[in-house]
Unconditional design. Structure first.
Length: 256
């Protein structure tokens, strides 16, 4: 069965599919191929995204725990929501931590019984979204509450820069470029996770960004992604699969 034989209008909704129809200029078969190619491209990104996302959150987690002098099993979450925290997160980020703890309790501690199971640091780290970790490298809320939520002066410069040891020689003082990389990564990750279109994005830029982020944490991780990623191969099939263009003729064989 070819892709255009599927009732994609019904399966993914006319509104969502309209973007593919418009890109294909009304060519039904091409629109279907574009949708399937977009799915393949999204799938090709996912192993690299998974590796880097987990590396980001674990790198930050290590530094939060080290700063507080607690084990990763104990975790930093109890400090940030305490009455006298040593690490001040904005109310928005604190609320996310509280919701993760509540979700853990819902799964593990019946409401009609005494609390018997405490979440580990790993339980909370795994439950928090990528957006939470990206926000910790962001600006926070500078100039509010006597600057206690200024993430640059309270988190990044004192210790969080160590989570990205290969970011750059002046990375401790200039997190702006890393913030941009993280936000670009988050945008791509979320579009793919929600099955949105990514065919309009710059694939070379996004792939380079993933590898660069990996390299900020661990050079071996960057090299592994660079050598194993399948994004470039899938992207190169756009013309032959979606547009049905024949590959350029091979050159004449060398004489001799």
């Amino acid at each position: 069965m070819d892709a255009h034989e599927l009732p994609l209008d019904e399966l993914i909704s006319p509104a969502r599919y309209q973007r593919y129809r418009a890109a294909a200029r009304g060519d039904t078969a091409r629109a279907a191929r574009l949708y399937m190619w977009n799915c393949d491209l999204s799938a090709a990104y996912w192993p690299s995204i998974a590796l880097v996302e987990v590396a980001i959150r674990n790198a930050i987690d290590i530094q939060l725990c080290a700063h507080l002098g607690v084990t990763r099993d104990h975790g930093w979450h109890t400090d940030v929501i305490s009455d006298r925290p040593r690490i001040h997160l904005t109310p928005k980020e604190c609320e996310k931590v509280k919701k993760s703890i509540e979700a853990f309790d819902h799964r593990n501690n019946p409401t009609d019984q005494p609390r018997s199971v405490e979440p580990t640091g790993g339980d909370i780290v795994a439950d928090l979204s990528l957006g939470f970790w990206v926000s910790l490298v962001g600006e926070g809320l500078p100039r509010q509450q006597a600057n206690i939520y200024d993430y640059f002066t309270k988190l990044w410069r004192p210790f969080l820069y160590k989570a990205f040891p290969h970011y750059g020689p002046d990375g401790r003082n200039s997190p702006g470029a890393l913030r941009n990389r993280l936000r670009t990564f988050e945008l791509l990750r979320n579009r793919i996770a929600h099955h949105e279109h990514i065919f309009t994005l710059n694939q070379n830029h996004n792939l380079d960004n993933i590898i660069a982020l990996a390299g900020c944490i661990n050079s071996d991780l960057a090299n592994y992604i660079r050598s194993t990623q399948q994004v470039a191969a899938v992207a190169s099939r756009y013309s032959s699969y979606v547009l049905r263009q024949a590959p350029p003729p091979a050159g004449d064989p060398p004489e001799g």
